[in-house]
Design a protein around this ligand. Structure first.
Ligand code: GLU
Length: 502
């Protein structure tokens, strides 16, 4: 278990990832989820998933599924939350209305909230006037804070629309907290106005709902993106008003693209599922994202999930912005691909093998054959989506798709006699007494080159083009061994016919 200054031994660690399901899970959100997960695992605490689905237009069931699917794909398991349950649920904000109502009652009982009848138009006019006067808008002017209780009750009974506002104590000075990443942070009290907690339609605002949930779910550490840093002092005021313990906050720096700007769509893929579809492994993404702001020892780059889950600590999270380096991501993915065993590779590669031409039923029937493809490409793959391009020739059956440039360079170049070479190979490979395995095939071909009086390369290259379609395919005889003899012969026949009209 890691030692962390943000840890109070008396308090069980409970952290949460609280996405608003408004579309894809972005990699910034994924990093937040990874840090929360790893912190819970490293401290023996609980990782809670809470869906903040308060925007009825964007928070669709499908969007929630995207988030759950992305987290599952990353291998981040949650101890409480959707589909898992837990004692402090429900874990969807849309189902927690009663708890917000109860919290409002608590605030009322503590004289920490008041109804406000100021209309949007009136507030806008005040804001505009303040801005025109040059002083800037100092927040809500507390017009309704002084209303007598019976007066307010009368207006409510008369059906006048109103919101509930937080009664920020007048004597409350600067709001200070010790962020586990940023260190001491201080916000002057003047910038904290009596914010709205409950809207006129009865719905809670984000800052109110999130505090109610974090308090009720006994969250010990709030680890989230630093876009929420300015919400934190407001949330602290709500904790105080409720009489609830304030958790430790840890805000995570921004992730920047290669151009130094906040990572966005313009940098290409930004969501977990886009990276999945581009052939990155979940292990790669977890490792890579974990290093965007955290380090094990300042130098180790390949850190498996178990090490992360064991060693993560907030003390090693930096407040410096993190750079998303695609080159490093590709390098790391290649490393993880090389580290797979053939069975795991075949399972992960299945969608791309199917794109290359494999039949899913064939994979199920003979997984061993597909596993043998792994050594053909393991050293060359950076991403799994390169599989269709690199391995399509294994699924052509008796046909070969000849690459024109390779034909020109290898088969029809002046001074070569590839036709004779291919005819010789055709005869050799048709000999049923030749064992259809890499070594004997290669030996027989070498002997043939000698008989023909040509260099080995002068024989291997035409064979490669005739069987694999181009000059740059993966290892030739290892490939041929996995193909059917009759298909290899048919491909040579087709090449002779198409290129030499023979
Ligand atoms: N639902 C918020 C978001 O997706 C996160 C709230 C929080 O972490 O406090 O940005």
């Amino acid at each position: 278990m890691s030692q962390d200054p943000a840890l109070d031994p008396a308090l069980p660690v409970r952290v949460r990832f609280a996405p608003s399901p408004t579309g894809q899970l972005h990699i910034g959100g994924a990093r937040t989820a990874i840090y929360n997960w790893a912190f819970a695992r490293a401290t023996g605490g609980s990782f809670i998933l809470r869906i903040e689905d308060t925007d009825p237009e964007r928070s669709t069931a499908e969007n929630t599924q995207v988030v759950l699917r992305s987290l599952r794909w990353l291998g981040l398991d949650w101890d409480e939350g959707p589909e898992v349950g837990g004692a402090l649920g429900p874990y969807f904000q849309s189902q927690r209305g009663d708890s917000y109502q109860a919290a409002l009652e608590t605030l009322k009982a503590r004289d920490a909230a008041y109804p406000c009848f100021c209309t949007v138009a009136a507030l806008d006019a005040k804001r505009k006037a303040a801005e025109e006067a040059g002083g800037g808008y100092a927040g809500y002017d507390r017009t309704c804070r002084g209303l007598e209780a019976h007066e307010a009750a009368k207006r409510i009974a008369a059906g006048e629309p109103f919101v509930w506002r937080l009664k920020v104590p007048r004597e409350r000075g600067a709001i200070e907290f010790n962020d586990a990443v940023y260190g001491p942070v201080s916000f002057p009290s003047e910038v904290m106005d009596d914010m709205v907690l409950v809207r006129s339609d009865g719905s809670p605002t984000y800052n109110f709902a999130v505090v109610c949930d974090d308090a009720n779910m006994r969250i010990s550490h709030v680890i989230r993106g630093d876009d929420h840093l300015s919400n934190t002092p407001r949330q602290i005021l709500v904790y105080e008003a409720l009489g609830a313990a304030v958790p430790t906050f840890a805000h995570l720096s921004m992730i920047l693209g290669a151009n130094g700007k906040k990572l966005s769509k313009r940098h290409g893929a930004t969501s977990v599922e886009e990276y999945r579809d581009r052939g990155y492994l979940p292990d790669t993404l977890v490792n890579f994202l974990a290093l965007l702001g955290w380090s094990l020892d300042g130098e180790t780059t390949i850190i498996d999930r178990e090490t992360l889950a064991h060693s993560f600590s907030l003390a090693r999270v930096t407040k410096k912005d993190a750079l998303f380096d695609e080159v490093k991501l590709d390098w790391m993915n290649g490393t993880y691909i090389r580290g797979l065993d053939a069975g795991a590779w075949a399972a992960l590669a299945e969608p791309w093998l199917c794109q290359a031409g494999a039949d899913p039923a064939g994979i199920a029937a003979d997984p061993g054959w597909y596993e043998k493809l792994y050594p053909l490409v393991s050293e060359r793959l950076v991403r799994l989506d390169e599989i269709p391009d690199k391995l399509a020739y294994m699924f052509w059956g008796p046909r070969v798709n000849l690459d024109e440039a390779s034909v020109a360079k290898v088969l029809t170049k002046e001074g070569t006699d590839a036709e004779t070479v291919l005819r010789g190979l055709r005869g050799l490979l048709a000999d049923e007494s030749l064992t259809w395995e890499c070594e004997p095939l290669q030996e027989a071909c070498r002997a043939l080159a000698e008989t023909l009086g040509i260099k080995v390369k002068g024989l291997f290259q035409p064979l490669r083009v005739a069987v694999c379609g181009n000059m740059v395919s993966p290892p030739l005889f290892e490939s041929i061994e996995l193909l059917d003899r009759k298909d290899v012969l048919a491909r040579i026949d087709q090449t002779l016919k198409d290129v030499f009209h023979g």
